[in-house]
Design a binder for this molecule. Structure first.
Ligand code: SF4
Length: 273
C-alpha cells in the first residue's frame, strides 16, 4: 500500500532486470524508515494503481480502477514474470551489492490483490532463501483480503506483516479508506486474528477529515489495545496526498500521539513524522 514515507514513490528507479524493467517489478534499494536499506517488490506492475481502497491521503493518487474491472482494465504481471525479476534482482544484489537490510512487498497499490498472491510469495521466499538468506521479508497491506485463508497463510510465511489501521470506528474507517470492496473495520480486525503477529501502520492528519480529535483517538486506541500489535508505525503526511486539502501534522503532534499510545497501551510506537 502506498503510504507516505514507508512506501517508495510511484516512479522509482528499478533494478535492471531486462524485460521486467518496463513493469517496475523490483525497485532499486532505498532507505525506507524504519526498515533500513530495502528492496521493494511491486507485485502490481507499472500500470494504473491497483487498490481495493481509495484513501484520500494516498501518495499514489486516486484509485480509478474499480475492483470488478481490474481484470479487464489492468494487466497484472504474471507469476513467472515476478519470479524471474525477483530471482535476477536478488542474485544481482548478492553478487554485486549494495548490501540490503530488508525486502518489502508493496508498490503500486495493494499487494494482496495479485490473483496468485500465495504462489508469488512462495517464489519470493525461495529466491530470498537462495540469494539473500537471513533478510527479512515484510508486507504492507490495507488488510482487505485478510478474510481469505490462503492470503493469511502466505502472509504468515513472511517475517513481518504490517497492516494499516488509521481509524477506530466504522465511520472514520470509511472516511480514511474509501473502500472499493465490502470491507469494513470489523472484517479487517477479524482477519488480523489469523496472523501470527502484526505490526500496525497508522496515518494521522487534519483538515476535512481529521482523525486526531479526542473521540477519534480514543476509538483508535481502543482498537489498537484490542489488536495488541508488536508495534505501531505512526506517521504524518510526507508527500502530496490524493486529497490536497488534507493538513499535515507537525512533529510535536505526531510525537504526542505516539506518547499517548505508549502511555495508554504500553505498545511500542515507531514514529515517522
Ligand atoms: S491502501 Fe490506501 S494508501 Fe495504500 S495504496 Fe491503497 S489507496 Fe493508497
Amino acid at each position: 500500500m502506498g503510504a507516505a514515507k514507508v512506501v517508495p514513490n510511484s516512479n522509482p528507479q528499478h533494478v535492471d532486470t531486462g524485460d521486467s524493467r518496463e513493469q517496475n517489478l523490483v525497485y532499486a534499494p532505498e532507505d525506507i524508515a524504519p526498515f533500513g536499506k530495502t528492496l521493494t517488490v511491486n507485485l502490481l506492475g507499472s500500470g494504473p494503481k491497483a487498490c481495493s481502497f481509495d484513501c484520500p491521503y494516498c501518495d499514489l493518487g486516486r484509485t480509478f480502477t474499480r475492483l470488478n474491472r481490474l481484470k479487464s482494465e489492468v494487466t497484472l504481471p504474471s507469476v513467472e514474470a515476478i519470479g524471474a525479476a525477483v530471482s535476477e534482482a536478488f542474485q544481482k544484489i548478492h553478487a554485486t551489492g549494495p548490501a540490503i537490510d530488508s525486502i518489502l512487498l508493496a508498490g503500486n497499490g495493494e499487494p494482496t490483490l495479485h490473483p496468485e498472491f500465495p504462489e508469488v510469495v512462495r517464489l519470493i521466499l525461495d529466491a530470498r532463501n537462495t540469494w539473500l538468506p537471513g533478510k527479512p521479508v515484510r508486507i504492507m497491506t490495507n488488510g482487505f483480503a485478510l478474510d481469505t485463508r490462503k492470503v493469511t497463510d502466505a502472509m504468515n510465511l513472511m517475517e513481518e506483516r504490517i497492516v494499516k489501521i488509521d481509524a477506530g470506528s466504522e465511520r472514520m474507517f470509511k472516511a480514511m479508506n474509501s473502500p472499493l470492496s465490502r470491507t469494513n473495520l470489523a472484517r479487517v480486525l477479524n482477519g488480523i486474528k489469523k496472523l501470527r503477529d502484526v505490526t500496525i501502520q497508522s496515518m494521522f492528519f487534519k483538515g476535512p477529515i481529521d482523525n486526531t480529535v479526542k473521540t477519534e483517538l480514543d476509538d483508535w486506541l481502543e482498537v489498537i489495545a484490542m489488536v495488541k500489535p508488536k508495534g505501531v508505525i505512526i506517521q504524518g503526511l510526507s508527500r502530496q496526498p490524493a486529497n490536497p486539502e488534507l493538513v499535515r501534522l507537525d512533529e510535536d503532534q505526531i510525537y504526542a500521539i505516539a506518547s499517548l499510545l505508549e502511555r495508554k497501551t504500553q505498545i511500542k510506537a515507531i514514529v515517522l513524522p
